[in-house]
Design a protein around this ligand. Structure first.
Ligand code: FE2
Ligand code: FE2
Length: 371
């Protein structure tokens, strides 16, 4: 019996067989053509604190920017490679369709709609997804973003201790033909929103949604490799036909924040994601420390997954591997964190370089547009 078969148990809500359970996302890394524009959008318009300005360690002539809450808490970190010459990417099989950021409640969400529209960003929503209510828009590179309320959560149509147990068909009013488009268009905060108020605070990664053509294999993989559990089996509410499944860190009672990975099912599709600007480069999940990460590396190898050596990313240590549909994944340690090379109060101010690039600082700074 292969390692794969031994671990497999299909798309059910059975307890996870993996000995390793990630608390959730560590970070998501996307591709930008222009770091100045990206900083204005994420740092300015969305108000996310920049916690690190550094370069791509594998390509030191270009920026790697990190945004995050509380000095860069895992689960809130958005990072960008600046690739000025990149062609435009697009979503598809083996890639990310959109990234959703959490906000407390509907009034905050409606303020975001007003703030984005006033800035010239096209917004659709708010759309009631049942488990949360969402706005959709794009960043300047075309990355699809969502801002979503954190509630009411996945237990609205299943018992909290039995999430993912059955197929949920969304009610007609949540499907395209059943939505009140006039009410959606009219639903917006009445006054301009020049400042980001407390009720608008973005709480990091709420969920990440990808597209796959091998849903069953991905389900096995997500559960076995990462220890996440199926928490919702439903249909894509924008077509009412194709499957949309959700996995998360779930202990049988509650779904942990910053942990929901969801997949749209495009069976037999060969429309593959194209890497490039406006696309997600990879998704990173958390390991608590180096010891746990090495256990993970061993676990993945036992599953027959090709995985890299442990790489030093200065702020965390990383291993990389691919999901069965091609999505590039990482497991990153929680520590040492972003205050390893500059004080917490000054995160993101100066250009930080790892020790091995310091001797090249002058050349590197000359090749970068000042931010
Ligand atoms: Fe979403
Ligand atoms: Fe990463």
């Amino acid at each position: 019996m292969s390692a794969r078969a031994r671990f497999s148990h299909g798309l059910t809500a059975l307890p996870v067989t993996s000995p390793l359970i990630t608390p959730g996302f560590h970070h998501i890394t996307m591709v930008s053509k222009d770091a100045v524009r990206t900083l204005a959008f994420y740092g300015g318009l969305l108000g996310l604190p920049m916690v690190k300005k550094t370069v791509n360690f594998d390509d030191p002539g270009s920026y790697h920017l990190y945004f995050g809450n509380e000095g860069g808490a895992p689960g809130t970190i958005l990072t960008f490679f600046e690739w000025p010459d990149s062609h435009k990417g697009h979503w598809g099989v083996g890639g990310v369709h959109h990234l959703a950021l959490g906000v407390g409640d509907l009034p905050g969400l409606l303020k975001w709609k007003r703030r984005l529209i006033d800035a010239g960003v096209g917004v659709s929503g708010p759309i009631d997804r049942g488990y949360f209510t969402s706005l959709y828009f794009q960043d300047p590179d075309g990355q699809v973003l969502e801002i979503t309320t954190t509630g009411p959560g996945y237990a609205v149509d299943e018992a909290p201790e039995a999430l993912g147990a059955r197929m949920i068909v969304p009610p007609a009013q949540r499907l395209p033909g059943g939505r009140d488009q006039t009410a959606i268009a009219d639903s917006v905060h009445a006054a301009p929103v020049p400042d980001i108020t407390d009720d608008m605070r973005l709480e990091g990664i709420h969920h990440i949604t990808g597209i796959t053509n091998v849903m069953e294999r991905m389900g096995d993989f997500i559960e076995e490799a990462l220890g996440l559990r199926l928490v919702k089996k439903t249909l894509n509410q924008d077509d009412g036909k194709t499957r949309h499944f959700f996995w998360a860190n779930y202990d049988g009672h509650a779904v942990a924040p910053h942990s929901a990975w969801t997949l749209f099912d495009w069976p037999k599709s060969d429309y593959l994601a194209r890497p490039g600007a406006g696309q997600t480069h990879h998704i990173a999940f958390r390991a608590k420390d180096r010891g746990q990460q090495e256990a993970w590396q061993e676990h993945l190898r036992a599953m027959g997954v090709e995985v890299t050596e442990v790489l030093d990313r200065n702020y965390f240590e990383s291993i990389y591997f691919r999901a069965p549909d091609g999505m590039l994944l990482e497991i990153a340690t929680d520590g040492p964190g972003f205050s390893v090379d500059e004080p917490l109060a000054q995160l993101g101010r100066g250009l930080q370089l790892p020790d091995w690039l310091e001797p090249r600082r002058d050349d590197i700074e000359r090749s970068l547009t000042p931010l």
